[in-house]
Design a protein around this ligand. Structure first.
Ligand code: NAP
Length: 284
């Protein structure tokens, strides 16, 4: 069998076009959505992510305000900036790019962002809304995973979904969203026994581990949908996911590639959250 390649580029372009349409509607009402992005230090990967977010904002029609702070910025200086952005009415979304330098307490920073402007959906208030099935921001990467599945025409309700990884930002919220969509969900992690046998039962596998060739063809049921969240570098420095792509494509029904899959979706869902933030803050 040769699996369908799930097209993250096409799907993310559609979502950004939808966000652009909504931004234009807001602009007709005199509202220009605005995202403030704070980057501390010079982490190369973070710089790329931030640039991609800025580019997406420009495309969609969201103003992006960039705050680049030096590596030795104090925690207090960062918290002061966040407090200013929280009360700035021209700013709808506040995103602090993680990871932060080691001397800054990430948890404190996440708590400092106003839940109404928390477009990353990292604040415990928004995490709580997600876990109690209430309306709110959707975490970008997990929401992107769901959009990839549903917009590619695959049903989630009633399916057995195996999520590999239980991190706060990817694995757990992805499992929660799948559960909200009526999947039967198994969450696996580094202490899971019989990972291969569990995965083999899955209709949908989502791998969010960060290990090259973590998901091999013998772990996949014929026709299963495999979504690869992982971002790794191979021995040549090439960006790769967790999934042994070519081999898994021989077994699976559909596979999302890396690059060209979930990564693009994360940015698209962020744009959607910025629009949601602008609407909510303007009573729309
Ligand atoms: P993380 O916090 O390091 O979590 C990794 C998870 O994988 C943990 O729950 C860990 O289990 C589990 N794990 C590790 N080894 C395992 C094994 N041998 N078998 C089963 N589970 C195992 O990473 P993360 O932040 O969730 O990110 C995961 C991957 O997604 C990374 O490659 C990251 O770069 C990528 N990512 C991509 C995007 C995107 O937009 N495409 C966004 C975010 C993250 P324990 O909990 O037991 O340690």
């Amino acid at each position: 069998m040769k699996a369908k390649r799930i097209d993250g580029k096409a799907i993310s372009d559609t979502i950004k076009a939808e966000a652009q349409q909504q931004a234009q509607n807001l602009q007709r009402q005199g509202i220009v959505p605005c995202l403030a992005v704070v980057l501390v230090g010079e982490d190369a990967a973070s710089q790329i992510y931030v640039r991609n977010k800025e580019k997406a904002c420009a495309l969609v029609g969201i103003t992006s305000k960039m705050y680049t702070l030096p590596q030795d910025t104090t925690e207090q200086a960062l918290l002061t900036l966040i407090a200013q952005l929280n009360t700035d009415n021209s700013v709808n979304g506040v995103l602090v790019q993680l990871p932060l330098p080691a001397h800054i307490n990430e948890e404190k920073v996440i708590l400092a962002v106003s839940p109404q402007k928390d477009v990353d959906c990292f604040h415990p208030y928004n995490v709580g809304l997600l876990h109690t099935d209430k309306k709110g921001f959707l975490p970008c990467t997990p929401a992107g995973v769901l959009e990839l599945i549903t917009r590619s025409g695959y049903e989630i309700a009633g399916k057995h979904c195996v999520v590999i990884g239980r991190s706060h930002n990817v694995g757990k919220p992805t499992a929660m969203l799948l559960l909200q969509h009526d999947a039967t969900v198994t969450i696996c992690h580094s202490k899971t026994k019989n990972l291969k046998e569990i995965c083999k039962q899955a209709d949908i596998i989502v791998s969010a581990v960060g290990k090259l060739h973590m998901v091999t063809a013998d772990m996949v049921k014929a026709g299963a949908v495999v979504i690869d969240v992982g971002m790794n570098r191979d021995e040549h420095g090439k960006l790769c996911g967790d999934v042994d792509f070519d081999a898994v494509c021989e077994v699976a029904g559909a596979v999302s590639p890396v690059p060209g899959g979930v990564g693009l979706m994360t940015v698209a869902m962020l744009m959607q959250n910025c629009i949601t933030a602008a609407k909510l803050q303007n009573g729309i």
